[in-house]
Design a protein around this ligand. Structure first.
Ligand code: GLA
Length: 433
């Protein structure tokens, strides 16, 4: 059976309504099914509350008990964290940049906060040699990639690289099509720990087939390598991604603008049920610190990515970032939500008024991470009800940005939320209540 994917949802806390009693399930099933989206009728967040309910009713409701098994390479048991060159530097990559970035990740505390993979995106490669092996730009990467990977490893970090499943990368560099085995072997020899494989110049190719080829080549190469599928959600990767890669992009590229960030949020959140340990929806890399959004907007971006259990790949210049950006990216309480061991992708559970939303992610200790999200241009109060987030009784509320305990609440929690901003809390039921 196909997993439901069309139509965002207001889902009541993973089943208090949809997967609870028979009556609940029936009520859920009786809700009308929305029509499929079309370009004229774009998907708008939270307008259609039903499809995921139906998914629950038909037995695929438990977050980890769904159809295809996840890729069994033992990696990315929590969403991968690291840094990627693309969002800030585009083609302007070099060994020096990567070394300085690795140094800065250590000095800034990012490594210790969990950011592990230092990934060079497009433009590092210029040709193939006579043996068919990819060759790095020798002006920008003197000595090639291996010594760079060694340097990154010497800093206690991991090293990632980029290729493309088609004939050429998006920037016209040699692609992996037809060279899957040799590229996987080359990357393994260089000490690569993470590969992002893009989908440009792939006309006429079948995405599940091509990505499975590279998955198998990586497995044969004999080095644990996280496999990041980047085909922009164009071939329903949430259906085959879990058995093929550790993460898959769900949308086109993010840009450093509020509208881009929220449109990606709305699209990516539709596939929440596909995510699980080892297999994650990837709503694209972070723009935090790149300058196109306000600090409140960046805090919202990071909070929502964490509640969605998204990979957290920083995309700014970490060598020169101001303290406010560093403190945002290294907020351990927000990162802990993203990295929670249960590995459930949070969802939109309440929309008390247009543009005012409550997102909730169940955590391994029985608590909920809750994001009160104000998409409007005016500061306002937003309330989360226990019913919507699946709690009862009294619960302790902690503000994850203010790092403050706010006390015990029963039935609901409300807070004043800045325009284009969030309040993010962790709500923990009081024991014995
Ligand atoms: C595509 C990807 C981006 C980036 C560029 C590089 O657009 O989606 O993330 O890798 O290619 O050319």
């Amino acid at each position: 059976m196909h997993r439901t994917t069309n139509g965002p949802q207001v889902l009541r806390a993973y089943g208090t309504r949809c997967a609870g009693t028979t009556a609940d399930r029936t009520a859920c099933a009786l809700l009308p099914v929305p029509p499929p989206p079309s370009p004229e009728r774009p998907i708008v967040s939270a307008r259609f509350p039903t499809l995921l309910c139906l998914a629950f009713v038909f037995g695929i409701g438990h977050p980890h008990s769904r159809s295809a098994p996840a890729l069994d390479n033992g990696l990315a048991r929590t969403p991968p964290m690291g840094w990627n060159s693309w969002n800030h530097f585009h083609c302007n990559v070099s060994a020096q940049l990567i070394r300085e970035t690795a140094d800065a990740m250590v000095a800034s505390g990012m490594r210790d906060a969990g950011y592990q993979y230092v990934v060079i995106d497009d433009c590092w490669q210029v040709a193939r040699d006579r043996a068919g092996r990819l060759v790095a730009d020798s002006a920008r990467f003197p000595g090639g990639i291996k010594p760079l990977a060694d340097y990154v490893h010497s800093k206690g970090l991991k090293f990632g690289i980029y290729t493309d499943a088609g004939r050429r990368t998006c920037q016209g560099r040699p692609g992996t099509y037809g060279s899957e085995e040799i590229d996987a072997r080359t990357f393994a020899e260089w000490g690569v720990d993470y590969v992002k494989e893009d989908w440009c110049n792939s006309e006429g190719l079948d995405a599940p087939t091509q990505y499975a080829k590279f998955r198998d080549a990586l497995a044969k190469a004999g080095r644990p390598i996280v496999f990041s599928i980047c085909e922009w959600g164009s071939n329903r990767p949430w259906d085959w991604g879990p058995r093929t890669g550790n993460l898959w992009r769900t949308t086109g590229d993010i840009s450093d603008r509020w509208a881009s960030m929220i449109s990606i949020l709305d699209l990516s959140s539709q596939y929440a049920l596909a995510a699980r340990p080892g297999a994650w929806n990837d709503p694209d890399m972070l723009e935090v610190g790149n300058g196109g959004m306000t600090d409140d907007e960046y805090r919202a971006h990071l909070s929502l990515w964490a509640v969605m259990a998204a990979p957290l790949m920083a995309g700014n210049d970490v060598r020169t970032m101001p303290a406010v950006t560093r403190d945002m990216l290294t907020n351990k309480e927000v990162i802990a939500v993203d990295q929670d061991s249960m590995g459930v992708q949070g969802m939109l559970v309440q929309e008390p008024a247009p543009d005012l939303q409550v997102w909730s992610k169940p955590l391994a200790d029985g608590s909920r991470a809750v994001v009160l999200f104000n998409r409007s241009g005016l500061q306002t109060v937003i309330a989360a009800t226990w019913r919507a987030i699946g709690l009862t009784g009294s619960a302790g509320v902690r503000d994850l940005w203010a790092h403050t305990d706010l006390g015990a609440f029963t039935g609901r929690f409300s807070a004043t939320v800045p325009a284009h901003g969030v309040v993010m809390v962790r709500i923990t039921p009081v024991k014995g209540d």
